[in-house]
Design a protein around this ligand. Sequence first.
Ligand code: RB5
Length: 143
Amino acid sequence: MNTLVLGSDHGGFKLKESIKSHLQSLNIPFIDTGTFSEDSIDYPDIVDTVVNHIQQKEASQGILCCGTGIGVSIRANRTKGIRAAVVHSDFTAQMAKEHNNANIICIGARTTSEKDAKGFIDTWLNTNFEGGRHSRRVEKLDS
Ligand code: RB5
């Protein structure tokens, strides 16, 4: 199993901690880039660290948490080659991989329960990119 990289701001901290327990129970290796408390921080700083781990190939995919998943996704998607998707259902988690080949998923702690978040992560990890016509579209996303 390839290593994941995790990051959150204060709003996503508790959700990230719960996701870590879930990954540990599945024996999935991960790097935790913080944050490490509920003290207020600026989410772009954490996102940049997560993206850097993927660019350096220290992790193949990432999970980002903030209050809504929106702020972290906006920042992550500024980097070429990063395809960060906000997921809010099993279907969006599945499509994020199957059609968009998302290498980061973003989850909102104020919009998603810990139980649902774990399910979305499992779906995303267990889904394969479909390729075919989607390869051309993903290439355009990355260009
Ligand atoms: C922090 O208050 C909040 O703005 C942040 O967690 C996130 O929801 C931003 O998109």
